[in-house]
Design a protein. Structure first.
Length: 819
DNA sequence: AACCCCAGTATTTTT
DNA sequence: TACTGGGGTT
């Protein structure tokens, strides 16, 4: 074992001195001074506030490399956490480029997979086994649905979706059924039922030897708190914890990080407990381990890109980092290496409307670049047509398809784009969307695997017991369940005693057949004691299950056209299993299932080569393209209607829009439609407020909202482009012909100059405000007027909002009411 | 138990 | 519009 020599690097405001060689000089090449500082700083806690496109991944990876080079850390002492597998993969790759093979020993993974790894080792400490499985949200919904039904909870207005949402939220705050019950209002019968459901749900999970997504984090925290010596094992191991996208952490993730970076509690614990995990104890500078200091923590984030509050992410984790970790160092990265200044100016202008944020202005050294292009379509098809034409034009000027992306707020918006793209022969790829692993046939196939891997998981068995149809219905299933209960055995084991169930001979045969198939697959994939299953076992076992269960045949025989595609999907899953075996020769079914449960389609790498990428604004985070189209820039879409009632909703939508804008390197298009069909109804759409927040001179409107409204004269492009198509399949035509006047905005005062959006400009008339008045603002909530300045239409109210922010508002147009 | 039809309803983002 | 669930029928 090599002795660890340590080079202490003094962080500072100076660049590398000429002539002086440091082990990591080359790591600092090309970095600006803030970036260097972020790489080189050493201390307990470091917050890197990294604006969009400011090179944070470079900084993070070089920081890791620097720790290794200087021998301050062994690879095994590094834990780097990201949110997506894709981000983790990228980071690993880039670290590997810098340090080569030693990257292998690091944990670079998502929160969830890191926790799976830990839980896998420690599950037996608290009532689970190593072969636990993971419930995705669909699985938990199914379980909750059953429980809701059993308790007839819908009578109390508790729908499965609502129950699931609340439980998830509570878990993200580390509450469990008991702790919640203690502070719930138990006089409310609905509340009582909810508490019961929560408890049921948790018991069922435990019985099934399963964790849901939230549990993976929450139970790990629980484990660390309940078993400090277990926690110490990991604290001893991970001396450097780095967290990416810190603004997206929720309370549970925050707690997890806290637990990991806490000082080691019991400094005499034997290092080799915990299932033989290797603990390296390299020589350290004296004083570092003696005091049992906590691991060093580096977090990277940008509160302006926090877009997951709706699922528990707490922006305060980043805004209050300095308070949580006293003595923390903060480094600001504001220089943007991605976008042109025009794009950044637009982004800055929009985001500055969010109060309650640290002012941060992205800037670029690369000049203004092209103007932002705006376009208002008549309908969503018209809008899509414009996008397609523009994509085509860009392509002809040499921009590769893979360097273009189209964003939208909701998945359903992709349809119109797809239709037009197909017609226009523009190659495209939809990222996300209905995910491969959520398709019914894939879930079925996986349920077969779960039935083998984790026999305790009754849900999986219930799912496949009549799939393909075996004639086993509710009655029979209940008979099996009852039998299992009476005999005190599992549902799975009950299948082996088909003859004892008291069901007809046909059923008995069907059950016995299924039992046999599962047993054979088990022999193949999980050979008894000691023997190691061959790498191909998962793929082979899955094939066996799909064939011998009759699943494949049923799809093959079906005359439903879609079943052909389903069959292909099943084959694809088998291919995935083969691929898995190649990458993980020692991987078991359990490992395969965990991997599959934790990947999303967004993760599958840019095989979007040669096609335009279509995705939601959320999935766009972390990506960048030469040309970006943000479509559907309308009120009720972005900001989404549902966000209006949620506290902080509009601000989060603004951040989402900001994320979209900052994905663009060279060209940004903002498009909208005047009418939009949603669930069969055509409605008039209003331009998004965010458009008004962009300075007019940055935008070149090819067709502004005013153009489309005035005199109804603008002919639909989609119509023009399709002479003689007969209009079949384009059901919106009627409204185009006879309805234009109805689309005109109520206000006729302004017609057509760039970025003036008459339909949306709000007019508070002569609202009189004076110091002391209280007002309510659509985004910011309630506040008190401190002072009023200016004259006439330019009167400005200085408002102190209850939430703490100070804002200057143009009284005439601000979305405020006097209260 | 499987199929069919109707009605109602929901349409944000995801590890 | 598209999908789901319920209810009734075969």
């Amino acid at each position: 074992m090599p002795a660890g020599s340590v080079g202490i690097i003094v962080g500072g405001d100076h660049g590398p001195h000429a002539g002086e060689t440091r082990p990591d000089d080359d790591l600092l090449v090309g970095l600006n001074s803030q970036q260097r500082e972020a790489v080189v700083y050493r201390g307990q806690a470091l917050l890197i506030v990294a604006g969009a496109g400011s090179g944070k991944t470079s900084v993070l990876t070089r920081r890791i490399a620097s720790l290794l080079r200087s021998r301050e850390a062994w690879p095994s002492e590094i834990l780097a956490i990201t949110f997506t597998n894709k981000a983790a993969g990228e980071m690993r790759e880039r670290v590997e480029q810098l340090v080569g093979n030693s990257a292998k020993g690091m944990w670079i993974s998502t929160f969830h997979s890191a926790c799976v790894r830990i839980l896998r080792r420690e599950a037996e400490q608290f009532g689970f086994t190593k072969s636990f499985t993971i419930y995705d949200s669909g699985d938990s919904r199914a379980l909750i649905k059953r429980l809701v039904k059993e308790r007839e909870a819908d009578a109390f207005g508790l729908t499965p979706a609502a129950v699931q949402g609340r439980i998830s939220k509570l878990k993200n705050e580390l509450a469990d059924a008991e702790s919640y019950a203690r502070q719930a209002n138990m006089n409310d019968p609905a509340e009582r039922v909810f508490v019961e459901l929560f408890g049921d749900y948790q018991r069922e999970l435990q019985r099934a030897n399963a964790f849901d997504f939230d549990d993976l984090i929450g139970q790990t925290v629980f484990l660390f708190r309940a078993f400090p010596r277990v926690a110490d094992v990991y604290r001893r191991r991970f001396r450097h914890v780095l967290v990416d996208e810190y603004q997206d952490t929720n309370a549970a993730q925050y707690a997890l990080i806290h637990e990991l970076t806490r000082p080691i509690s019991d400094s005499v614990a034997e290092p080799f407990e915990s299932n033989g995990m290797m603990i390296f104890e390299p020589d350290r500078p004296s004083g570092r381990d003696a005091g049992g200091e906590g691991a060093s923590l580096t977090v990277v984030g940008d509160s302006d890109q926090s877009i997951y509050a709706f699922r528990g992410a707490d922006i305060r984790n980043i805004t209050e980092f300095e308070r949580d970790f006293p003595g923390a160092k903060v480094v600001l990265l504001e220089q943007n290496y991605r976008s042109t200044q025009n794009i950044l100016s637009a982004a800055n202008a929009v985001i500055s409307n969010n109060f309650d944020r640290k002012d941060k202005r992205l800037w670029s050294a690369d000049g203004p670049g092209e103007k932002i292009v705006g376009y208002t379509g008549y309908s969503q098809h018209d809008e899509a047509q414009f996008v397609a034409e523009e994509v085509d034009a860009l392509r002809r000027t040499g921009v590769d398809y893979s360097q273009m992306a189209v964003f939208y707020r909701t998945n359903s918006q992709s349809r119109a784009l797809e239709e037009i793209f197909i017609r226009a022969a523009v190659p495209y790829k939809i990222m996300g969307g209905t995910r491969f692993y959520e398709r019914a046939e894939i879930k079925d196939a996986l349920a077969y695997l779960v039935a083998v891997a984790n026999p305790a998981d009754e849900m999986a068995l219930r799912r496949i017991i009549n799939r393909p149809r075996r004639g086993i219905g509710d009655v029979t299933v209940e008979a099996i369940a009852r039998y299992a209960q009476n005999e005190g055995i599992t549902f799975r084991d009950a299948l082996a005693n088909a003859s004892a169930l008291g069901v007809g001979p046909k059923m008995q045969a069907a059950i016995a057949q299924l039992d046999q198939v599962l047993a054979d697959a088990t022999d193949l994939m999980l050979p008894a004691s000691g023997e190691l299953a061959p790498p191909t076992a998962v793929a082979d076992g899955l094939t066996l299950l799909m064939d011998r269960s009759g699943y494949r045949d049923a799809l093959r025989m079906s005359r439903d056209a879609q079943d052909e595609a389903r069959l292909e999907n099943v084959d694809e899953l088998i291919a995935v299993a083969r691929e898995f075996a190649r990458n993980n020769p020692e991987g078991t079914v359990i490992d395969f299932l965990a991997e599959v449960a934790l990947v999303s389609d967004t993760d599958d790498l840019e095989d979007a080569s040669g096609s335009v990428s279509l995705m939601t604004l959320h999935t766009a985070k972390g990506l960048e393209y030469d040309a970006v189209f943000i479509t559907g820039v309308e009120e009720d879409l972005i900001p989404h209607r549902i966000s209006a009632n949620e506290p902080g909703g509009p601000a989060e939508e603004r951040r989402l829009f900001y994320v979209g804008v900052t994905r663009a390197r060279k060209r940004l298009y903002l498009t909208l439609a005047m009418t939009r069909a949603q669930f069969g109804e055509i409605s008039v759409a209003m331009p998004s407020r965010f458009l008004q927040e962009i300075p007019g001179e940055l935008v070149d409107w090819r067709q502004s909202p005013g153009d489309v409204n005035s005199r109804g004269g603008t002919q639909s492009r989609a119509l023009n482009a399709r002479p003689g198509s007969g209009g079949s399949g384009w059901g919106r035509r009627q409204i185009r012909h006879d309805d234009p006047p109805a689309l005109a905005p109520k206000s006729t005062s302004l017609d057509r100059f760039p970025n003036r959006i008459p339909a949306k400009l709000r007019d508070n008339g002569d609202m009189v405000l004076e110091a002391g008045d209280r007002i309510r603002h659509d985004d910011f909530g309630e506040g008190r007027v401190d002072a009023v300045t200016g004259e006439g239409a330019k009167r400005v109210a200085h408002v102190r909002f209850d939430s703490g922010g100070l804002k200057k508002l143009l009284i005439k147009v601000a979305p405020i009411t006097k209260i």
